[in-house]
Design a protein around this ligand. Structure first.
Ligand SMILES: [Zn+2]
Length: 443
């Protein structure tokens, strides 16, 4: 076989045949099959460029596959938490997604009561806090310094102490993303260790990859690009002006944009004020912008970073937001429509595994959100964002055309039908770098 012919696909509203050679789309139109090429009949289904997730965490996503869900909606009380932890297989128990609504603030002693005889670590839903039981702390030699069992922003330390464990299965995570139509991702994890970079770039992950958390001078293999420099200010306090100023200035001087994590209204204002003083460069991003006060919109538009948002959070965390956040502020959460209306560039993403990695759920969530209904955005608009290049997440969508990379997502139905009821089950197959991920579909 010398290539692939996808027949009778809907591309930009027209039914055409699309030819792939190597990793490139070479032709589209009415094409005659060549004897040496494999043929895939689309039966009128939409052929899109492969989807891009502009902000997720691959190592955590891969690790999540072997983890126990410890928060809503699966677990909503202490009994359910105990059951979930006990049901876990393996010598170590890894829990994820914990929220105080389950049983208050978690500490070592609570975990000991639930699981005394096996090492347990449970990650808070926000991602920054791990709580360990006594067995886990003892095995890792951390009991003396962490008496309450709580380790903040300690992924590096945990990774180092747990080093003997098998690394998470990135290839499996990549296959899961392919099944959703995703052919490119931006990993937004800050300060990736050299071991993590080696795994991410050498593990057979099929997707194209952009990394934010690597030093500017990192040499990356083909198909992996250096993204903006991720800046993660400390939790629970607005970023310090001087530190932020110095870090942005340094990145820009090295010719690199920045991606600043901002989840509170205060941290967003400080980030924007510093960015305005330093001067924005093309590619600068704000990650999350989880809470944007209405009066911050003009400043956001003036300073001009791309906001990389996560519509899935509003859908998945609605009950907690309703309980924890005053109603008057519900419209400030993960704004989308009002950002676009104010002239702010917006890119959609998942933040998986902290929200679902399913882009079709993101489309549905953005269009049907209950909290802040004025922020609803059409599935087509969000899809365009998921089709934008990794390097220009708020740029125009990529297209299926001769000369484009053969990164494609083929649906079982025309696009209008998929947008009316977005569902990952509509993905017939995904082509990534010219390879069909489910070879069984090709004649
Ligand atoms: Zn994130």
């Amino acid at each position: 076989m010398t290539g692939i012919l996808i027949r009778r696909a809907e591309v930009d509203g027209h039914i055409v045949d699309v030819r792939i050679r190597g990793e490139i789309v070479t032709e589209s139109g009415e094409l005659r099959p060549e004897p040496t090429e494999a043929v895939l009949d689309a039966l009128g289904g939409a052929l899109l460029p492969g989807l891009h997730d502009h902000h997720l965490h691959l190592m955590s996503l891969a690790a999540a596959a072997g983890s126990v869900r410890c928060g809503p909606p699966e677990v909503s009380g202490l009994d359910e938490l105990a059951r979930a932890l006990h049901a876990a297989s393996g010598s170590w128990v890894r829990g994820i997604g914990y929220h105080e609504r389950v049983a208050g603030v978690l500490d070592r002693h609570m975990l000991d009561q639930l699981v005394p005889d096996r090492p347990v670590r449970v990650q808070h839903r926000g991602g920054a806090l791990w709580t360990l039981n006594t067995r886990a702390l003892t095995e890792l030699g951390l009991l003396a310094e962490h008496d309450d069992g709580q380790l903040w922003r300690a992924d590096g330390l945990l990774h180092e102490r747990m080093g003997k464990q098998a690394p998470p299965d990135l290839a499996a995570a990549g296959r899961r993303l392919l099944s959703l139509g995703i052919t490119g991702v931006t990993d937004a994890t800050p300060n990736l260790s050299p071991e993590a970079v080696a795994l991410l770039t050498g593990s057979g992950l099929p997707q194209r990859l952009q990394l934010l958390g690597v030093p500017t001078d990192t040499r990356l293999p083909d198909g992996v690009t250096l993204g903006p420099h991720k800046i993660l200010p400390p939790d629970h306090e607005p970023p310090r002006w001087d530190a932020l100023h110095a870090e942005i200035t340094r990145a820009h001087a090295a010719g690199r944009a920045v991606a600043i994590h901002a989840v509170t209204r205060e941290s967003l204002i400080v980030a924007l004020a510093v960015l305005r003083e330093v001067g924005t460069v093309s590619g600068d991003r704000i990650e999350h912008a989880a809470v944007v006060a209405a009066d911050a919109l003009p400043l956001l538009a003036e300073v001009g970073p791309v906001v990389v948002t996560q519509p899935g959070f509003v859908a998945e965390r609605g009950p907690e937001y309703r309980a924890d956040i005053p109603e008057a502020e519900h419209g400030d959460l993960y704004r989308y429509a009002s950002l676009l209306a104010a002239g702010v560039s917006v890119a959609p993403s998942s933040d998986a595994p902290f929200a679902s990695e399913d882009p079709w759920r993101i489309l549905a969530a953005a269009a049907t959100r209950e909290l802040g209904q004025d922020e609803r955005v059409s599935p087509r608009r969000v899809l365009d964002g998921l089709l934008a290049p990794l390097t220009a997440p708020a740029g125009p969508p990529r297209r299926v055309a001769a000369g484009a990379p053969a990164d494609l997502c083929l649906l079982t139905v025309p696009l209008a039908e998929a947008l009316a009821a977005p569902d990952a089950g509509l993905v017939m197959t995904t082509v990534c770098r010219g390879k069909v991920c489910d070879q069984a579909l090709v004649e």
